[in-house]
Design a protein around this ligand. Structure first.
Ligand code: HEC
Ligand code: HEC
Length: 325
């Protein structure tokens, strides 16, 4: 697999944020994944991780899998305003997609998990989500010969533990990457007609007057950082993780690749459509003192930015559902 070196990536992100179109020839398209040193890729691991991701036996009730909320048919999210957990109780936040989560330097809207490995353990044990007792889960999986064999192939001699479960799931998630999009074809100069005139105007607005690129930057259209864009729902975001006053109301910048598939939008799902998101940005957000300014875009300009975002959607990540042991 083609690897994308971190330094080059940082350079590109910076140059891209300043220069834009000049870089077309170097545009990498969908970025490529690097695997952490302490959890390198193996086909056996990814295969096991896929089974676990789709297996409802990971939950205490045995009826909820990761894919219940991160459903490939719904853009690897759930299409709901707020997630629904154990006993269908509503969660505090909107379910984000797992597409391209491999490129996020931290996980969750507030970045409270440092890695995908750490993240995966959260929902399994959380009473509000999968409500599973880790020891009971390990015993349950150890009683299934197909899993015992699959763990042995993926982690020789290491056995079944919350760590190996999380490492397998994270390896699978690193394969859930958005496909080459019409915008990539346009940027690489292969096809000047790959995107519409409206999307091209939208791209100019995105990196110009509308200043979207100051946060949605680089090949994954996210700076991976935290910002206060003025959502007014009392959720204080990142400050719960760092305790630092400057992080109050900050949330992680999501990717806008494949974003047409993951409505509704924002950490509380308050905006139903991409046009609603544009109206939100145009008024400079809802709570004063946030990082945005009102944009004064016309209705036609907002449609152009939406057309640009649509050009960032590629073919869906197709999955053949795994046979569970
Ligand atoms: C009940 C619904 C539900 C289930 C089940 C669930 N998730 Fe999530 N997931 C969420 C919600 C809601 C969030 C956001 C929570 C937050 O940020 O506070 C989230 C966040 C994530 C993220 C972070 C994405 C990002 O952009 O930061 C990843 C990755 C993820 N989940 C993977 C998983 C995996 C793996 C499983 C199974 C072990 C799983 N989820 C099970 C609802 C769910
Ligand atoms: C100051 C940084 C910043 C700027 C500027 C910015 N965004 Fe965002 N964007 C974010 C953050 C942070 C979120 C998540 C906020 C939340 O949910 O509370 C977000 C969320 C979004 C979402 C929702 C994605 C999802 O999966 O829910 C879209 C779409 C989006 N931005 C597009 C844009 C567009 C278009 C512009 C320019 C008009 C723009 N953004 C400008 C930081 C920014």
């Amino acid at each position: 697999m083609k690897r994308f070196c971190g330094v080059l990536m940082a350079g590109l992100v910076a140059a891209f944020a300043w220069g834009g179109a000049a870089l077309a020839a170097d545009w990498p398209g969908t970025p490529t994944v690097t695997y952490p040193k302490d959890n390198p890729y193996s086909p056996a691991k990814a295969d096991l991780g896929k089974k676990l991701f789709f297996d409802p036996r990971l939950s205490g009730s045995n009826i909820m899998s990761c894919a219940t909320c991160h459903n490939p048919a719904l853009g690897w999210a759930d299409g709901l305003k707020l997630g629904k957990g154990h006993n269908m109780a509503e969660l505090g936040r909107h379910t984000p997609t797992v597409i391209n989560s491999a490129f996020s330097p931290t996980q969750f809207w507030d970045g409270r998990a440092a890695t995908l490995e750490e993240q995966a353990k959260g929902p399994i044990a959380s009473a509000a989500e999968m409500n599973q007792n880790p020891e009971a889960l390990i015993a349950e999986l150890q009683a299934i010969p197909g899993y015992v064999a699959a763990f042995e192939r993926a982690f020789p001699g290491k056995g079944i533990s919350m760590d190996t479960i999380a490492m397998a799931i994270a390896t699978y998630e690193r394969e859930v990457i958005s496909a080459y999009a019409p915008f990539d074809a346009y940027m690489q100069g292969d096809d000047p007609l790959a995107i519409s005139a409206s999307a091209k105007r939208g791209w100019d607005l995105f990196r110009g007057k509308a200043q979207c690129i100051s946060c949605h930057s680089g090949p994954n259209f996210s700076d991976g950082r935290f910002h206060d864009i003025g959502v007014d729902d009392g959720d204080e975001g990142r400050i719960a993780v760092t305790g630092k006053d400057r992080d109050r109301f900050k949330f992680k910048t999501p990717t806008v690749r494949d974003v047409t598939r993951t409505a509704p939008y924002l950490h509380n799902g308050q905006e139903a459509t991409l046009m609603d998101v544009m109206r939100y940005y145009n008024r400079g957000g809802d709570r004063s003192g946030n990082e945005l300014k009102a944009l004064n875009l016309s209705e036609a300009e907002m449609h152009d930015v939406v057309a640009f975002m649509k050009s960032l959607t590629g073919q869906p990540v197709v999955v053949v559902l795994p046979e569970l042991p």
